[in-house]
Design a protein around this ligand. Structure first.
Ligand code: DX5
Ligand code: ZN
Length: 217
């Protein structure tokens, strides 16, 4: 199955947001990846609803919204209204993860769960059946342009095994430090969705970089 490339808008030029959204529209990328940070769950603040709505106004592809916020269950309906197609919450931020994933689906979105680099795959055993997507953090969340954590490969393989064992059709998304040198190894390990911020937006030709990230094998 063809994998998905989701450019991360966090690395876009916010003074030229419409231009960068149009670039993704015209590219071969299938999704937009949108990072919402609250300055509490992660040591950074990105943006909230006004900016998300501005992106949604021009975006012609699904919005994959990654919430790095505490108590994300408070905003499920609001993100649906703002245009999210996939809503991902952090395992480490949810007291009632199972319920929260169900609520996201009830609201009409795909439900994602993100795990930090220190969180073992085994902790997803009892919630994977509720997840349409697992966002595996391959950097510590909070910033774009960080170095890829190599231990991610073995976690992708473990997650692939768990998905097989539980017979779910959960997608594996890799978020953080994905580049033109490591993306093929990630796909070999079992990744379905590649998030790429710095690799796309800091490149000379972002459209071309997206096309390259879609080449496999
Ligand atoms: C990090 C965010 C990522 C980030 C990825 O906390 O979740 O989505 O934008 O950026 P790169 O690809 O530059 O590591
Ligand atoms: Zn993200």
């Amino acid at each position: 199955m063809q994998h998905i490339v989701a450019p991360s808008i966090l690395s876009a030029d916010f003074a030229n947001l419409q231009r960068d959204v149009e670039m993704v529209n015209k590219s071969q990328a299938q999704w937009f990846h949108i990072d919402v940070m609250d300055g509490v769950f992660v040591p950074n603040i990105s943006f909230g609803f006004p900016v998300l709505k501005a992106i949604a106004k021009y975006a012609k592809k699904p919005l994959d919204v990654h919430l790095m916020i505490i108590q994300p269950e408070r905003y499920i309906e609001a993100f649906k209204d703002a245009g999210a197609q996939t809503l991902t919450v952090h395992y480490e931020a949810c007291t009632h993860l199972h319920r929260t994933l169900q609520q996201i689906k009830q609201a009409g979105m795909n439900a994602g769960v993100a795990i930090n680099p220190h969180t073992p795959i085994s902790l997803l055993e009892d919630s994977i059946a509720e997840a349409d997507l697992v966002c595996m953090m391959s950097v510590n969340p909070g910033f774009g342009g960080q170095k890829f954590i190599e231990n991610t490969y073995s976690k992708v393989k473990q997650l692939k095994q768990l998905i097989k064992q539980k017979e779910t059709d959960t997608r594996i998304e890799i978020d953080g430090g994905v580049d033109l040198n490591n993306y093929k190894n990630l796909l070999h390990a079992g990744a379905d969705v590649l998030v790429a911020g710095n690799t796309v937006f800091a490149s000379k030709n972002p459209t071309d970089t997206i096309a390259q990230l879609l080449q496999f094998p």
